[in-house]
Design a protein around this ligand. Structure first.
Ligand code: SF4
Ligand code: SF4
Length: 300
């Protein structure tokens, strides 16, 4: 019998980045040669495993600690995965700083990107040029920004410059407490991202249904499987032949879920229907606005 679809959030040991965003705990971190070699070897094993999973369909989102796509191993992995018939989507979180020629090797219908613009690290025009390149190749993507108040002019400029069909999300900035935003800031952000209040408030998740651990899993470089990136309990190892036995519905054990990567899989929010095929790369289809938020219920 064919197995069901499985979404995998993959995060290997790589943690270095070519940017140094002041709000990032991993900025300026360097990976040793040994770490990069181990990361690439583990990635190759994961791609091999994915290639053999022809009895189920897969969705894969790379969620590295740092920037993975400056590394040839990740570009080759995404290109290869995008061409596997049973891989519905392969996506990655990225700063979009890399040259795009390798995308010619990818299936544009199945590769996608969760792109974050980092003011201070790159000029807006350069970032927009990369977005235009994705557009020209017919590749799907979302764009977002860390919602510091000083980033709001860049947010408005992004909204003016991006194609209207591209969803522009804002991650709430929490380090400066709940009073970081004034009423005008909130009005601007909400006019651009109808789902901002969900991200800002988080979801009271304890005891609620969440598809992680059943049809969505978090996997590290060793193949260790957890339900999501923030619940530490181990469910098994991806490379054990009977690992599927661990996949079962289970309620969330944590008080709050605060990241789209996680709460996107809580059925009561309806994100799977709302985002459709763009769920992994966070690409909400238009039209945005009140309609998008009203389908989700109140932040819980
Ligand atoms: S681009 Fe992302 S990973 Fe790199 S320093 Fe900025 S926030 Fe951190
Ligand atoms: S609700 Fe969030 S924290 Fe809880 S299990 Fe799901 S993804 Fe993890």
């Amino acid at each position: 019998m064919a197995r069901a679809h499985l979404d995998i959030l993959y995060r290997g040991p790589l943690a270095s980045c070519n940017y140094a965003c002041p709000y990032c705990p991993f900025a300026k971190r360097r990976d040793s040669r040994e770490t990069l070699r181990r990361d690439a070897d583990q990635l190759a094993r994961f791609v091999d495993w994915a290639g053999g999973q022809t009895r189920r369909t897969l969705g894969i989102l790379f969620t590295p600690w740092g920037e993975a796509l400056i590394r040839p191993a990740y570009r080759a992995a995404m290109a290869s995965l995008s061409r596997m018939p049973h891989v519905r989507r392969v996506a990655a979180q990225t700063n979009l700083s890399w040259p795009t020629g390798w995308l010619a090797e990818c299936d544009p219908d199945r590769i996608a990107f969760w792109c974050t613009f980092h003011p201070g690290e790159t000029p807006l025009d350069r970032f927009l040029g990369r977005c235009a390149d994705l557009d020209a190749r017919g590749i799907g993507y979302s764009v977002g920004i860390v919602g510091k108040r000083e980033h709001l002019p860049a947010l408005a400029a992004l909204r003016r410059a991006l194609r209207p069909e591209i969803y522009l999300w804002v991650n709430a900035y929490r380090d400066e407490g709940p009073n970081h935003y004034g009423p005008d800031d909130l009005a601007l952000i909400r006019s651009i991202d109808p789902l901002f209040d969900i991200n800002r408030a988080g979801i009271r998740s304890r005891g609620r249904a969440c598809a992680t651990g059943e049809s969505v899993v978090s996997v590290d470089g060793d193949g260790e499987v957890r339900r999501c990136h923030v619940v530490p309990a181990r469910l098994g190892n991806l490379y054990d032949p009977d690992f599927d036995d661990a996949l079962t519905p289970r309620p969330c054990p944590l008080a709050q879920c605060r990241c789209h990567i996680g709460y996107a899989h809580m059925p009561h929010l309806g994100f799977r229907g709302l985002f459709g095929a763009g769920l992994l790369e966070r690409a909400l289809p238009p039209p945005f606005g009140a309609g998008a938020a009203s389908g989700t219920g109140a932040p819980g």
